[in-house]
Design a protein around this ligand. Structure first.
Ligand SMILES: Nc1ncnc2c1ncn2[C@@H]1O[C@H](COP(=O)(O)OP(=O)(O)O)[C@@H](O)[C@H]1O
Ligand SMILES: [Mg+2]
Length: 311
């Protein structure tokens, strides 16, 4: 008896094109697959259900299409040095920019108090699941299924909070999501809360690069120092992005030095961006302006994929 044998073979062959691997799957108690049969058909593994189910699920999970970045997505996290620093807007801008470069991108809202990251993109009307429908996701998440269930446009998929009752995001749900995203996407951006809960720590620990957005102000720098103390132990790659204006002429390099972190970039004031956000226009969508330019440089540096400006 072969259960899902054809699919398993096709899938595992696709994974190892030079050395086809075949799995003989049978149900325990009915007709156990035997090694003689396996040998006859050239199968390298015999899986007896239900005992072998976790192993089989893992093999299928490995068969998600290989991202263009060489197998694993780049994961970046964005934090705000103070409330309203511009972290969510930068997270949105990075995700939009990566998707414009045809990178399969997932934007993850990890801030339950942020009002919903879908709003930053103007996607609040878009069909698809939000966190509350996914918070039981504590096991392995099927990346393609996750992507199909979420709001999406082109290469960009968003996992956002909604505006319903406030819930706590279980850390295993975040772990499963990040794991699936790493295998199934090219670029992942996580928008983190300023109060790091367990789920945020899980995401932070998974990141390849984290950015702390700090307005060029004295008090914002003091608040950001608190954020550095909370975040730095969970990630070794934290750097600063300083956002203008600087009413007291505080320099970006001074902010970075005060925080003891490398300076990853600066953002000049962009009043048109605020107006666009209020109209539901996604940040960096037209590829123009200081935010778009910074996002293009960051995505290009992290992925090696050339990212161009306005179309
Ligand atoms: N790069 C930017 N240029 C101009 N205004 C910005 C920029 N980033 C954020 N803002 C303004 O600041 C507000 C708060 O930004 P947001 O990203 O939500 O902050 P945070 O997530 O750090 O709390 C936005 O609604 C927008 O008006
Ligand atoms: Mg935010």
């Amino acid at each position: 008896m072969l259960v899902g044998g054809d699919q398993a073979q096709a899938c595992l062959r696709a994974r190892l094109p030079t050395r086809p691997r075949m799995v003989l799957v049978g149900r325990s108690g009915e007709l156990d697959p035997r090694w003689e049969i396996a040998e006859l058909i050239g199968a390298e593994h015999v899986a007896t259900l239900p005992a072998a189910e976790p192993w089989l699920v893992d093999r299928f999970a490995e068969c998600v299409p290989t991202p263009v970045s060489g197998g694993v997505a780049r994961i970046v996290a964005v934090l705000g040095g103070r409330g309203g620093a511009g972290a969510s807007v930068l997270a949105g801008g990075l995700a939009v920019t990566a998707a414009r470069a045809r990178l399969r991108t997932l934007l993850v809202d990890a801030d339950p108090l942020g009002g919903g990251l879908d709003l930053v993109l103007g996607w609040e009307q878009l069909e698809g699941l939000r966190w509350p429908a996914l918070t039981d996701a504590d096991g392995r998440v099927d990346a393609p299924a996750l992507v199909r269930a979420l709001p999406s446009r082109g290469d960009l998929v968003v996992l956002s909070w909604d505006r319903g009752d406030l819930l706590t995001l279980p850390a295993p749900a975040m772990a499963a999501t990040v794991d699936a995203a790493r295998r199934g996407r090219d670029f992942v951006v996580v928008d983190l809360p300023r109060q790091l809960d367990d789920a945020a720590v899980v995401a932070l620990q998974a990141t390849d690069q984290a950015y702390l957005v700090v307005p060029a102000e004295l008090r914002a720098t003091a608040a950001a120092a608190r954020m550095v103390a909370a975040a730095a132990p969970h990630c070794g790659t934290l750097s600063v992005i300083v956002r203008g204006p600087a009413p007291g002429r505080l320099k970006a390099a001074e902010v970075a030095r005060a925080l003891g972190l490398p300076l990853a970039g600066t953002l000049r004031p962009e009043p048109g961006l605020c107006r666009g956000l209020e109209r539901g226009e996604a940040p960096a969508a037209d590829g123009r302006g200081p935010l778009a330019t910074l996002c293009q440089r960051i995505v290009g540096e992290l992925t090696g994929v050339p990212v161009t400006g306005a179309a």
